[in-house]
Design a protein around this ligand. Structure first.
Ligand code: NIG
Ligand code: FE
Length: 408
C-alpha cells in the first residue's frame, strides 16, 4: 500500500454527523485511494512515520466539494433570454412560448456527443478549479431517448477525462417536448416504458429525477416516473416546489427520495415528512438569485426538524448559469441565512447524503475516499465570505494530487 501523510493541516472534522469542529495541527494518512487515519500530528502512530509527507502549512483542509445538482451538459446558451428577463419577461412565460428549457433542447439535440463534451468541458473545469471532486450531472435537454443517453454518456466522458467522480441522473421528465403538446401523459408513458429503461440498460443512470411544476409535470405524473425508477432499483429525487406549491416534495419524501431540490414553496408544516424519510433538502440559491425569486425556502423549519441541508450550483443555461460553488456558498449565507459551516456541510457531507454516497465521501474519516481540498484559508468561514476569490490551493482525488502538482 502506498502511504502518504498530509501534515500540519487545519481540519474540519464532523461531529455527531452534522457539526464541524476544527482540529489544528492535524494529519491525514492516505493509504492508496482511501483515508487510513486522521488525528493530531502529535498522535501519529509510529507505523506511518516514514511515509511521504506534505506540509499543509497550517492551511484549511476540507473534504473535496460535492456539487450534488447540476445540468452542466447542454448545447448552446440562453444569454438572449437573460436579456429578455432583464426587460421584465417572466421565466415561466418564456418557457410557455417555446423558449426556456425547450430552447436548450433544440441546441442539445442538434449537437454531437463530441460537441457536448467540448462545450461542457470549461463548465466542469470551473467547478473543479474550486475544489469539486464529485459532481452530479443530469440529462433532461434531450427529451427523447437517444439524446438523453448521449447527454449522460457525454457526462461520463467529461468526468473521466477530468478525473472527477460522477453521478449521473436521468431527467427525461424535465419538460414536455413540443411533439407531445397536449399529451403529457403519453410522454410520461414513453419516459417510463422506453427512455428510462433504455438509459438504465445502457448503464448510464445512477438516479432518476423529475421536474414537478406547473410548467412541467404533475405530482401524479412524477409518481409514475418514480414507480418505474424504483422498479428498476434506481433511487429517486425531485425538482419540487420551485415556482409554486405542487406537493411534489411530500410525495417524494413518502417514496423515500434521496432529496427534494429547490423547495422555496415548501410550507414549514410539511418539513416534518422530509425528516421522517431522511430526505435531504437541496437548496439552490443560484436559481433563486437569477430568477429574482422572493419566496425563501423554510430554512428555520429544516433546522428545527434536523433535515440535512445540501447546497448546489444547479449549473444550467437558464435559471442558474452559475459555475462557482464558492459563490453558491456565499449566496446560501447571504440569501438563505445559512451559517458558513452549514454552507460547507451543504457542499460536503449533506451533498454526499443527497447522492446516497455518505458512506464513501463527504467527510474526512478513515475508510472514506481520499478526496480532499486544500485552501489558502485560516478558517472555513472564509470560503463563504469571499466573492470572486478562489482560494483553492489544490485537491487530492482518490489519493492523487490533481492539477498542477502538490501545492507549495
Ligand atoms: O433546476 N427547474 C428545472 N430545471 C432547471 C432549469 C433548467 C433551465 O432553465 O434550463 C433548474 O432550475
Ligand atoms: Fe435543476
Amino acid at each position: 500500500m502506498y502511504i502518504q501523510l498530509l501534515q500540519n493541516a487545519l481540519l474540519t472534522r464532523l461531529v455527531d454527523g452534522n457539526d464541524y469542529h476544527l482540529l489544528p495541527d492535524a494529519t491525514v494518512v492516505i493509504g492508496d485511494d482511501r483515508i487510513a487515519w486522521v488525528g493530531p500530528d502529535a498522535d501519529l502512530p509510529d507505523r506511518y512515520r516514514g511515509a511521504d509527507r506534505l506540509d499543509c502549512g497550517g492551511r484549511l483542509l476540507t473534504p473535496g466539494l460535492i456539487d450534488c445538482h447540476t445540468h452542466l451538459v447542454y448545447g448552446g446558451n440562453r444569454a438572449g433570454e437573460f436579456e429578455r428577463r432583464l426587460q421584465g419577461e417572466d421565466y415561466g412565460e418564456i418557457a410557455r412560448q417555446g423558449g426556456g428549457i425547450m430552447a436548450t433542447v433544440r441546441a442539445t439535440r442538434s449537437a454531437t456527443t463530441e460537441d457536448l463534451v467540448m462545450q461542457s468541458r470549461p463548465r466542469l473545469g470551473a467547478l473543479v478549479s474550486e475544489g469539486v471532486t464529485t459532481v452530479e450531472i443530469k440529462s433532461g435537454y434531450g427529451l427523447e431517448r437517444d439524446t438523453e443517453i448521449r447527454m449522460l454518456e457525454a457526462a461520463g466522458r467529461l468526468c473521466r477525462e477530468a478525473g472527477v467522480r460522477c453521478q449521473r441522473t436521468f431527467l427525461g421528465a424535465h419538460a414536455l417536448p413540443p411533439e407531445f403538446f397536449g399529451r403529457a401523459d403519453d410522454y410520461i408513458a414513453l419516459v417510463c416504458d422506453d427512455m428510462l429503461p433504455a438509459a438504465a440498460a445502457a448503464g448510464v443512470v445512477d438516479a432518476v429525477d423529475a421536474f414537478c411544476e406547473h410548467i412541467a409535470f404533475s405530482v401524479a405524473q412524477t409518481e409514475r416516473v418514480f414507480d418505474r425508477a424504483q422498479g428498476l432499483g434506481l433511487p429517486v429525487k425531485c425538482h419540487a416546489e420551485q415556482l409554486s406549491h405542487m406537493g411534489g416534495a411530500v410525495m417524494s419524501a413518502s417514496r423515500g427520495a434521496l432529496s427534494v431540490d429547490h423547495i422555496e414553496y415548501l410550507p414549514a408544516e410539511s418539513v416534518g415528512s422530509l425528516a421522517e424519510a431522511n430526505t435531504v433538502a437541496v437548496l439552490l440559491p443560484g436559481a433563486f438569485y437569477i430568477l429574482k425569486e422572493r419566496q425563501l425556502p423554510p430554512v428555520a423549519a429544516l433546522r428545527e426538524h434536523g433535515v440535512p441541508i445540501a447546497l448546489a450550483t444547479d449549473a444550467n443555461p437558464g435559471s442558474s448559469p452559475v459555475f462557482s460553488p464558492l459563490l453558491i456558498m456565499n449566496m446560501g449565507c447571504t440569501l438563505f441565512g445559512l451559517t458558513p459551516l452549514e454552507a460547507l456541510a451543504g457542499f460536503t457531507i449533506n451533498a454526499a447524503r443527497a447522492l446516497g454516497l455518505a458512506d464513501r465521501i463527504g467527510s474526512i474519516e478513515p475508510g472514506k475516499a481520499a478526496d480532499l481540498a486544500l485552501w489558502n484559508c485560516g478558517h472555513p468561514a472564509e470560503l463563504s465570505y469571499h466573492v470572486g476569490l478562489n482560494s483553492c490551493a489544490g485537491v487530492v482525488q482518490g489519493g492523487q494530487w490533481r492539477g498542477g502538482g502538490p501545492p507549495a
